[in-house]
Write a protein that binds this ligand. Structure first.
Ligand code: PLP
Length: 388
């Protein structure tokens, strides 16, 4: 039973200690094969926004799979669920009139945005604009890319001066850096980099794979909460709450226009982009978010995590706690090498957790997590930190 090669893993350690097998989930909890219960600190990999075990999504998917699982979204072909989802997402988009390009997940969404940005400038007769700019600590490592400091808008200006705006296609920006270790933006940073991009004809790409679909709290997207009006917005994860893999790129009307004007064939797409079963999962997931007021629940979690996790900052093993924007936080270990041991200690105290970035213990719960469960999380973390 050891054929599985895990992602982001020291497989030697997995071979030695065995795998942690999650067999079932219910709301903010998951269960192993023996039936032991764990509070899910991370909502899987940042995605289970509506919580685990939602039969309603399973039923919607089953009904769709019985009609047809998937066919294609290439050329003029599509499926009703996919069309319905695109219309619904366009209605939620931070820029009215956006067009929706479906993918199979977050990496595909970023890949699509990168290709789309370059092709856009090519269509506008500016083929020299090919360089993609990302921020250090962020998720992105792309070809023909440059990086700038994650927290300093002037660093972006300096790079533009160095290489020339005429060579830069797009700037990729996670509104809150997630997998790099949870870094909320400095005050005013997002508005400033947005303005710099607009002033220099550089496409602003909001990577909302983590922050999208409510995780930012109080809005569907960080781009809406901060009025960023992104030229392109990449999403995945919370689109289906992870019930099936799916991503979507939102293209603002001015970016989509050259592709919709006629005569442009964009040879890009994914076999499972717009998968009808995944679209059915997304529609059922969005119904739950709306019906249960989960955008507000994420805003409640924003303050609840900020208030309750702060006590952990005093622990000698903790360097700092980063929180305060969205239903997302990190407990930064003073010694990142202690991450794997802490993950094991957390399990002994009924918490399923993981280290992101460099020893940043990820906290990104399902929006259904109650304030009492946040207290349970903090208690488990304190005990586990004492054990390491
Ligand atoms: N973009 C961001 C900001 C992410 O955090 C991730 C994954 O965590 C991705 C893109 C890639 O998404 P996926 O793993 O679905 O390909």
């Amino acid at each position: 039973m050891n054929a599985l090669w895990h992602g982001f893993a020291d497989m030697g350690a997995v071979e030695r200690d065995g795998a942690f097998v999650i067999a079932r989930g219910d709301g903010a909890y998951v269960f192993d094969r023996a039936g032991n219960r764990y509070l899910d600190a991370t909502a899987g990999l940042w995605f289970a926004n509506v919580g685990h075990g939602r039969g309603e999504i399973a039923d919607a998917v089953a009904a769709q799979l019985r009609r047809i699982a998937h066919y294609s979204n290439f050329g003029d072909i599509t499926e009703p669920a996919t069309q319905e989802l695109a219309e619904r997402l366009a209605g939620l988009a931070p820029v009215p009139g956006s067009k929706i390009f479906f993918t199979s997940g977050g990496s595909d969404s970023v890949d699509t945005a990168a290709k789309l940005a370059r092709r856009y400038w090519h269509e506008l007769g500016r083929p020299g604009k090919t360089i993609l700019v990302g921020r250090r600590m962020a998720y992105h490592g792309m070809p023909a890319a440059r990086t700038v400091a994650w927290d300093d808008a002037k660093a972006l200006l300096a790079l533009i001066e160095e290489v020339g705006a005429e060579r830069i296609a797009a700037f990729f920006c996670e509104p809150v850096i997630g997998a790099g270790g949870v870094y909320p933006p400095p005050e005013g940073y997002l508005a400033e980099v947005r303005r710099i991009c607009r002033d220099h004809d550089i496409l602003f790409v909001a990577d909302e794979v983590v922050t999208g679909f409510g995780r930012i709290g109080g809005a569907w997207f960080a781009s809406s909460r901060f009025a960023l009006e992104p030229d392109l917005m990449t999403t995945a994860k919370g689109l289906t709450s992870g019930y099936l893999p799916m991503g979507a790129v939102f293209a603002a009307p001015q970016v989509a226009e050259p592709f919709f004007a006629g005569g442009v064939w964009w040879r890009h797409g994914y076999t499972y982009g717009g998968h009808a079963g995944a679209a059915a999962a997304a529609l059922a997931n969005l119904d739950i978010v709306e019906r249960e007021g989960l955008l507000d629940a994420a805003l409640r979690l924003e303050s609840s995590l900020h208030d309750q996790l702060s006590v952990l900052a005093a622990h000698p093993r903790v360097a700092e706690v980063r929180s305060g924007l969205g239903a997302v936080a990190a407990i930064q270990l003073a010694d990142p090498a202690e991450g794997p041991a802490l993950v094991k200690a957390l399990r002994a105290h009924g918490i399923s957790g993981r280290a992101a970035g460099q020893g940043a213990m990820q906290v990104s719960p399902a929006f259904v997590m109650t304030d009492e469960q946040v207290a349970e999380l903090v208690d488990g973390f304190s005990r586990a930190l004492n054990d390491v």
